[in-house]
Design a protein around this ligand. Sequence first.
Ligand SMILES: Cc1cc2nc3c(=O)[nH]c(=O)nc-3n(C[C@H](O)[C@H](O)[C@H](O)COP(=O)(O)OP(=O)(O)OC[C@H]3O[C@@H](n4cnc5c(N)ncnc54)[C@H](O)[C@@H]3O)c2cc1C
Length: 473
Amino acid sequence: MRETTLPTVILGAGFTGLFATLHLCQRRYPQHIVLIDRAERFVFKPLLYELLSGEMTDSQVQPRYADLFECDSVTFVQDDIHAIDLEQQQIKLVSGLYYRYSNLVLGLGSVPIYFGIKEAEAHTFSFRTGEDAIALRRQLRDCLQRATQASDEQRPGWLTIAIVGAGPSGLEMAATLADLLPQWYDRLHGNPQEIRIVVLNRSREILKGDINGHLREIVQNALLSRTVSVEIIQGIAVKSVSPDTLEYEQDQEVKTLRTATVIWTAGNGLHPLVQQLDILPEKRDLAGRLCVTPTLQLPDFPEVFVGGDCAVLEKPLPATAQVAYQQGATIAHNLHAIAHGQPPKAATVALRGTLMKLGLGESVANLFDRVPITGRAGHLVRHGTYLELLPVYVHNFKTTVGWLTDELFQHHGQFASKPRKPMRSLRRVGDIAAAIVVASSGLLLWRAAQPTQFEQALKPTQLPALLNRLQQK
Ligand SMILES: Cc1cc2nc3c(=O)[nH]c(=O)nc-3n(C[C@H](O)[C@H](O)[C@H](O)COP(=O)(O)OP(=O)(O)OC[C@H]3O[C@@H](n4cnc5c(N)ncnc54)[C@H](O)[C@@H]3O)c2cc1C
């Protein structure tokens, strides 16, 4: 085993960095780990829509890092990273602290890009963090309140929500708001049908170039059948954004949309710290992402591992959470192997199908990219899958139980279609069956991954003893 006093430093505690750290803890990695992130909480981004809508709580979607580690070898530092010096193997933080490292993991993700439309950054809402979700919720509630007191001429501006970008994030947002805002506005005694959800897209088709592209028809139909239909304006270029208008060009004509809320989902850009690294353009892709070896190391700095949105392999992978957390697991494996004098292995990423939220209580789950499951069944599969993935099994278990209770005993609002009585009871039976499958697979997964914790936590319920007896038979 290599002797060194310098720690392994992990930059960014997102899907790459956090999952690498958790796997290193599980493997009892012999070196000290310093994990650095500017945020206090991990954000499970695919479930941010649920935080916005109130379908899930803060602690479920964005647990505090302090609640995620039970491992003495990890020091979590909440700070902004200022500079990375690959030659000197040193990190500087905005607070003035600095760390030297023996190994470095880069998992800084990406940043929104505004294509030079300056006002866009100042006057639009981005949707990447818990703070973004809370700020957007506040804005939407405020607009609906103002609409109830506005003149007929002013009201449309408060009730029109523009979403720039028709990739998965923009469309999931549109579908969520097209069900959610009518519910909120109805409670204020407004007319829900006055709400407009407008998606503006540069390309002439939605989901262009995205791994979800083959779901286009399913998504389009779902957007049309929300409580208010989602409008999609395609083949346009956004020109400017002000606090109450959005200007765009379509067929060489400049048009104005009156709206107080523009949500920007139009693209992922290179993280500035990754851009500033002293790495030649030929060791990057056209977007500036860092080319890595199959083992996820930088070719000229083998002590540095890179994963997620800032890395690119010879055969590029989509910038998604499922790629990032699997790469995080491989990075942990490789760091552990190197610490024990063994060779690192090549990363293999299994793309496990795609999941998209298409409204309140409705999703499409395209299992193994072959079998699309839609509607409420899709919603249960999407939630169940994400709950399995939430970091640390105890958190996962608590969240699963909370979610199941909500699903089984709460209604999804008055605007969800109301089936007739026999259909309702059939749906309830189906839900319960699906929920039981999700819950039992969660429990078995937890038992397989952390048998001691499982045994201790559930001992009073006699469940571990029962499962042990069944296994022995
Ligand atoms: C709204 C939304 C929905 C999404 N839905 C899906 C989905 O359904 N399925 C899917 O597979 N993918 C989804 N994605 C994409 C997915 O979340 C990303 O691809 C994934 O998070 C990338 O992981 P990462 O480790 O590269 O970076 P991230 O998970 O973004 O982590 C980067 C971390 O670095 C930290 N950081 C950045 N800069 C600094 C700094 N200067 N100092 C300190 N800390 C810093 C950040 O706080 C963050 O914690 C979604 C993304 C968004 C925004």
